[in-house]
Write a protein that binds this ligand. Structure first.
Ligand code: AMP
Length: 308
């Protein structure tokens, strides 16, 4: 496995590949867990070269958010990718041959202050999708994601890219970006990896311990309760969403603060009043796990299910 830290060194490697090799790229912010590894595994079944990018992207953090404390575990990340390579079945068409882990200066030559109106240069926005759901409380977020992914796609030149279902809004926005900007890249969305108790794996879960970790699966439980109501024949969004809210109120009171629970169509992410069967409506939620003792930070969790 080769690690490249500069655009020029990565590009020299990319230019050396034969025309019949395929490149699958898995963009990450590092602190790799089994969710990231399942993306890399999916990429290894379909590409000769899997490129995992590791870049903690300042542009998607507001000044008030956790950029400084976000976990950084580069040595363990590289070891986890080596171990993944060793565990791939002989039928895999490739493996993780390359890690692209650029510096901030490489990715943002003009610098990247977190305060938006101090930023200079080129930014990508996918409207109006980036204002929905996560965009409600994180208006900077998808502009940062779309911008860094555009840069990464231009640098890494993938045939295929792999993103996790856990960040469903990200997949919808980036699919739109690929289409609108005429990128000749195919996206595969990989199912959400969960802990045994249902909590979706996330690099931020390391901030949850004790009581907070025990309570965190309530988000998934709430979504499952709403899904049960839908599977029972209910189509009204208000009734389906109320089932999720009730679980959160009953089991999360005092420890969680709900941001949203919502039902949205999968094209422009418009809220729906009635869930049409067969349309793949997105049921998603976000909440903050509040500090229980002095010194703990608030941890934001998101999750989703698709109502088929
Ligand atoms: P991140 O490092 O959090 O930006 O995530 C990098 C990629 O891994 C994104 O495509 C995420 O959707 C995906 N990912 C994160 N958590 C999970 C998970 N629990 N299961 C599957 N994919 C995930």
């Amino acid at each position: 496995m080769q690690v490249y830290n500069s655009v020029a060194s990565y590009r020299a490697w990319r230019a050396s590949l034969s025309a019949d090799s395929t490149v699958g790229v898995v963009p990450t912010m590092g602190a790799l867990h089994a969710g990231h590894l399942s993306l890399a595994r999916a990429a290894a079944t379909a590409n000769t070269h899997v490129v995992v990018t590791i870049f903690l992207n300042p542009a998607q953090f507001a000044p008030t958010e956790d950029l400084a404390s976000y976990p950084k575990t580069m040595d363990q990340d590289l070891a986890a990718l080596e171990a993944l390579n060793a565990s791939l079945p002989p039928s895999a068409s490739g493996q993780v041959t390359t890690v692209f882990a650029p510096t901030v200066a490489e990715m943002y030559p003009a610098g990247i202050p977190l305060v938006r109106n101090e930023q200079v240069g080129t930014f990508i926005e996918v409207v109006p999708l980036s204002a929905a759901l996560e965009g409600g409380t994180r208006p900077h977020f998808f502009r940062g994601v779309a911008t860094v992914c555009t840069k990464l796609f231009n640098i890494t030149r993938p045939h295929n890219v792999y993103f996790g279902q856990k960040d469903v809004q990200q997949t919808v926005i980036l699919k739109r970006l690929l289409r609108d900007l005429h990128f000749d890249i195919t996206m595969t969305v990989v199912p959400t990896e969960r802990e045994a108790d249902g909590l979706a794996m996330s690099s931020r879960n390391v901030f949850l311990s004790g009581e907070r970790r025990k309570a965190a699966p309530v988000l998934y439980k709430a979504l499952r309760a709403a899904e049960d109501v839908y599977n029972g024949g209910e189509g009204r969004a208000s009734v389906i969403l109320e089932a999720a809210r009730q679980v959160l109120e009953r089991e999360g009171a005092g420890m969680m603060k709900l941001d949203y629970v919502s039902l949205n169509e999968s094209e422009l992410l418009r809220e729906v009043d009635t869930v049409e069967r067969g349309k793949g409506v997105i049921l998603s939620a976000a909440m903050w796990v509040l500090p229980t003792v002095e010194g703990e930070g608030t941890v934001r969790l998101i999750d989703n299910l698709i109502l088929e």
